[in-house]
Design a protein around this ligand. Structure first.
Ligand SMILES: NC(=O)c1ccc[n+]([C@@H]2O[C@H](COP(=O)([O-])OP(=O)(O)OC[C@H]3O[C@@H](n4cnc5c(N)ncnc54)[C@H](OP(=O)(O)O)[C@@H]3O)[C@@H](O)[C@H]2O)c1
Length: 288
């Protein structure tokens, strides 16, 4: 029952802290693991989390970039540790879990942010089944394996919160993103069900359905040039989700898209088909 009040209480806590001038975040002194911390939203999230007084565990493949982020955090008085890991390698994820638990004990907060987006039409995907496999590998199997590894210690200590960085496309079902959005939807659904099972142990999940963010990931699509939130704005929303622990964080446009899908599915197909024709595959998707 206590969890029913978790999000409203977190919001009251934030308001009280603002009024009393107490800057302490519920993350202060906690351990927060952020995947994909070597660039983009994950990097910005790592800095934001470190500023709360939490210890940030940085995970991604590029060790040099992780070291750069770790040094930046330490130089500004924060605490961080870097772990190079390919999250598509199951054995490597298991080894990461073992090392993290040995060095830090239970992880209090996990941000499943590492990911890969593919925007490519079905025509161009015809001979590329690996597009489906590699999006599932990093956007679904990787975070599920990592979360499963860290979950028993969270349940044992009676506290844990997992934030998944997903996309508004899971509500919209946008054309050309079939591989990407199916993998993000899989994590969205898995986490919702996992949260129902871990509810009694104080372990909660937030599915964040982000709109466009200006990062290396969105850069190859010409139609997105100069659009979207900055990584810092996205990180501020992740931080808030860590502190407030809501079930989902949606955009208004995503909610409208979901509603139209529900109430007028054929109309929604017609509209999205028109968008599909208006915005062709990018040069990167065509391999030019
Ligand atoms: N940008 C957008 O418009 C947008 C919108 C909605 C959702 N998102 C989601 O936001 C998340 C972050 O993306 P971003 O936009 O910040 O792009 P980004 O700068 O390209 O970040 C992707 C991160 O994932 C890590 N990563 C990729 N493959 C990995 C692997 N096999 N093992 C471990 N780490 C891996 C990368 O690090 P290494 O290369 O060092 O491994 C990098 O740190 C993704 O899940 C993405 O789907 C992005």
């Amino acid at each position: 029952m206590g969890l029913l009040l978790a999000t409203p209480l977190a919001r009251v806590g934030r308001a009280v802290r603002r009024v009393t001038g107490d800057p302490a975040s519920p993350l202060a002194g906690r351990t927060v693991l952020v995947t994909g911390a070597s660039s983009g939203i994950g990097e910005a999230t790592a800095y934001a989390v470190a500023r709360t007084g939490a210890t940030v565990l940085l995970v991604a493949r590029r060790a040099d970039e992780l070291d750069r982020v770790r040094r930046e955090i330490e130089e500004t008085g924060g605490r961080a540790a870097a772990y190079s890991c390919d999250l598509t390698d199951g054995d490597a994820v298991d080894a990461l879990v073992e090392q993290v638990l040995a060095e830090h004990g239970a992880v209090d907060y996990l941000v499943n942010n590492a990911g890969r987006s593919i925007r490519r039409s079905l025509e161009l995907t015809q001979d590329r089944f690996h597009d489906f496999e590699r999006t599932m590998a990093i956007n679904y199997f990787g975070p599920v394996r990592l979360t499963m590894g860290l979950l028993p210690a969270m349940r044992e200590q009676g506290f844990g919160h997992v934030v998944n960085v997903l996309s508004w496309g899971v509500q919209m079902k946008a054309p050309k993103f079939s591989a990407y959005l199916a993998s993000k939807s899989a994590l969205d659904t898995w986490s919702r069900i996992a949260g129902r099972e871990t509810y009694g142990d104080g372990v909660t999940f937030t599915n964040m359905r982000f709109a466009l963010v200006r990062t290396a990931m969105s850069a190859p699509t010409e139609a997105y040039a100069g659009r979207g939130a900055t990584p810092e704005q996205a990180a501020a929303r992740v931080l808030r989700a860590l502190e407030d622990r809501p079930l989902t964080v949606n955009t208004r446009a995503g909610d409208v898209g979901e509603l139209v899908n529900l109430l007028a599915p054929r109309l929604s197909d017609w509209m999205f088909h028109r968008f599909d024709r208006m915005f062709p595959d990018s040069k990167a998707a065509r391999g030019d």
